[in-house]
Design a protein around this ligand. Structure first.
Ligand code: PLZ
Length: 448
């Protein structure tokens, strides 16, 4: 593919046409004629290249990317180390299927997962291609290890789009609408959502509320696993009240259920730690990873206590592409880069800039009801200031205003009213501040 209008790509936000530009519009027409309408499109601008925190479109425009392809391109886009590793790997061995004939990369990724996930107990991993597939496999482990069948998830949870993962996902439209019935024996219990819970509700109280529902509606002795996102992503960047996760993990331990952390979005330095579980010192029985793990290539994993993982019989796990050699090479390079560049520290730095500036915006505009998150995983909840009720329309207007100025800012949340900030962890500070300037001006223009 050749470059369209410019020969040197901009290193900052730069618009040379309206958005979407003429070439994007003609591709959108082709898209409409061939791509199923069920495939969403948040920002209708076709991208042909990227840089650290930047997206270059087919009309020569350069956009600032606050979404990182939904939390994937943490180490860069493309990250030079990942490019080199992928090039070398694809040229020497593209695929064998690990079940047919093994190769070292798969084992090396499992070694890294054992090293990096919380806890120093013996661990085993299985590699898959997507987050939803990993969630499915974690459920297999929990059922095989406990001999029980009930799986419990939280309100506001998002775990993917396959049938079982959809059953675990809390929000109906657009994810689940028309797609049922879903697999049985999946149950939702109240989460901890401090901004919307009764004022002052502690993590312990939120767990009591959750467990009360669970024990009454499911029965403790039937629960194979409780699956949680330690920092909920699609649900609205929701950080549970302190103590919620530790108390829930304790309940699992006491009742013989596995505590499973879906770290697909929150893992790999995103929150300023290797995993969001680390912030509260919790050690999940199983940790599910994907997204940023392989620096932009499709790879996912389930890592857990050896005795639980090995409850699955030989041959019980598999898949043609899971742990593909190219994706494994990318993951090893991405993880090396996270270590060498200390991306945990970078995420914390980005978090400080984001929260400082968004808090100042919130102080001037009561429509910004709350700014929350950890590290470079931050949300700003947009509300009707007099009632505190969610304002999805307001959030959407702000996101669109930013998009029109070349800032890819997306909305998220059960109520669709949260502005979501998931920048690349290698995004230069100047770009981040420019994007926040655009948001601040949009708030001044559109809000009271
Ligand atoms: N668990 C916590 O965030 C993916 C969804 C995008 P897959 N989140 C982005 C969309 O609208 O489809 C996600 C997640 C958490 C599981 C998943 C699923 O991961 O790789 O998309 O299957």
């Amino acid at each position: 593919m050749t470059m369209s209008t410019t020969s040197v790509r901009a290193l900052q936000r730069e618009l040379v046409t309206e958005l979407p530009g003429p070439r994007s519009r003609s591709m959108l027409e082709r898209r409409g004629a061939t791509v199923a309408r069920g495939v969403g499109c948040a920002v209708p601008t076709f991208i042909e290249a990227a840089g650290a925190g930047l997206l270059h479109d087919v009309d020569g425009n350069t956009l600032i990317d606050l979404g990182s392809g939904l939390g994937v391109t943490s180490v860069g886009n493309p990250a030079p180390e990942v490019v080199t590793a992928v090039r070398e790997q694809v040229a020497s061995l593209t695929h064998t299927c690990f079940l047919a004939t093994p190769y070292e990369g798969y084992v090396a990724v499992c070694e890294e997962l054992a090293r990096l996930t919380p806890g120093d107990h013996p661990k085993r991993s299985v590699l898959l291609s997507t987050g939803a597939e990993a969630v499915e496999n974690a459920v297999k482990v929990a059922r095989a290890a406990t001999g029980r069948t009930a799986i419990v998830a939280l309100d506001h949870a998002y775990h993917g789009r396959t049938n079982l993962a959809l059953a675990l996902t809390a929000k109906n439209a657009p994810y689940k609408q028309h797609f049922g019935p879903f697999v049985p024996d999946i149950h939702h219990i109240p989460a901890s959502y401090p901004y919307r819970d009764p004022k002052g509700m502690t993590g312990k109280e939120a767990v009591s509320r959750a467990v009360e529902t669970l024990e009454r509606q499911v029965g403790a002795e039937n629960v194979a696993a409780v699956v949680v996102e330690p920092l909920q992503g699609e649900g609205g960047i929701v950080v549970p009240a302190p103590g919620f996760l530790t108390e829930l993990a304790d309940w699992c331990r006491r009742n013989g259920a596995l505590f499973v952390a879906d770290e697909i979005q929150s893992g790999f330095c995103r929150t300023g730690a290797w995993f969001a579980s680390d912030h509260e010192g919790i050690t999940p029985d199983l940790v599910i990873t994907a997204k940023a793990l392989a620096g932009g290539l499709p790879l996912a994993g389930v890592t857990g206590r050896a005795e639980f993982m090995d409850a699955v019989q030989p041959g019980g796990f598999g898949g043609t592409f899971g742990g593909n050699p190219v994706a494994c090479a990318a993951a090893l390079a991405a993880i090396r880069s996270m270590r060498e560049q200390d991306l945990r520290a970078k995420a914390r730095q980005i978090g400080t800039t984001l929260t400082t500036r968004l808090t100042a915006i919130a102080a001037a505009h009561p429509e910004v009801g709350e700014v929350r998150g950890r590290g470079a995983m931050i949300g700003a909840e947009i509300v009707h200031p007099d009632t505190g009720r969610p304002d999805a329309h307001g959030a959407d207007r702000l996101a669109r205003a930013c998009q029109a100025e070349g800032v890819v800012l997306l909305t998220v949340g059960t109520y669709g009213n949260v502005l979501r900030f998931l920048p690349s962890l290698v995004m230069p500070e100047t770009l981040l501040n420019d994007a926040l300037d655009v948001l601040e001006e949009s708030c001044d223009r559109l809000l009271g």
